[in-house]
Design a protein around this ligand. Structure first.
Ligand code: AMP
Length: 213
């Protein structure tokens, strides 16, 4: 089963994708993570996208479609969770073509609905474990012991360079201008399901499970 988690930054896409990976053995394809990995490993592409990402703008369709194409070609029986991709209509068309070329299809597009005020609060307090990927928040989900990941004990806790109010404003604008038209696109195709992203994570997970039935 292949699904898209669609929603603005801070909607909880990454958190829910991680649960689906653990519970169902699906594979999370996050173009944001792939781009951050390219930056960390210092590839030419990583260097090229760094400033664009920090500003909160979208990198080119060509780059992200190339990243996804590589992964889809590897194949995976349990299905993919597309997290942060597609973000433009051109990417959505490319994804449909890539899947059909590989004998696969999209089963559901899950829109995670949240209000903007909550997004700012969620994003500006967010940090993650660089080792296991667990997501934390200064107010709503701090680590039990300061500076140490509850799950794996790592002290490599990181904040994203673009998780600040200024970049977030640009990221939200990019979302509304370029990504939100995908809601109408998938609605028209009959693939769109909506969940309440403001609910507690367990409740959101239940709603996603139902949307996937
Ligand atoms: P994310 O981790 O999904 O919030 O993505 C972080 C940043 O990576 C975004 O603000 C963009 O600069 C870039 N990015 C990630 N996915 C895409 C995509 N599908 N299309 C264009 N840019 C992307």
């Amino acid at each position: 089963m292949n699904i898209i988690l669609l929603g603005p930054p801070g909607a909880g896409k990454g958190t829910q994708a991680r649960r689906l990976v653990e519970e169902r053995g699906m594979v999370q394809l996050s173009t944001g993570d792939m781009l951050r990995d390219a930056r960390t490993s210092g590839t030419e592409m990583g260097k090229k996208v760094a400033a664009v990402m920090d500003a909160g703008e979208l990198v080119t369709d060509e780059i992200v479609i190339g990243l996804i194409e590589e992964k889809i070609r590897e194949g995976n029986p349990a299905g993919y969770i597309f997290d942060g991709f597609p973000r433009t209509l051109a990417q959505a068309d490319a994804l449909a073509e890539l899947l059909s070329r590989n004998g696969a299809q999209l089963e559901a597009v899950i829109e995670m609905q949240v209000d903007d005020k909550a997004l700012v609060e969620r994003i500006t307090g967010r940090f993650t474990c660089g080792n296991c990927g667990e997501v934390y928040h200064d107010q709503t989900k701090p680590t039990k012991k300061e500076g140490v990941c509850d799950v794996c004990g790592s002290t490599d806790l990181r904040r994203r360079a673009d998780d600040n109010e200024e970049s977030l404003r640009t990221r939200l604008m990019e979302y509304y201008k370029k990504t939100s038209p995908l809601i109408g696109y998938y609605y028209a195709k009959g693939d769109l399901k909506r969940v309440d992203g403001m609910a507690a994570p367990d409740e959101v997970a239940d709603q996603i499970a139902k949307a996937m039935m």
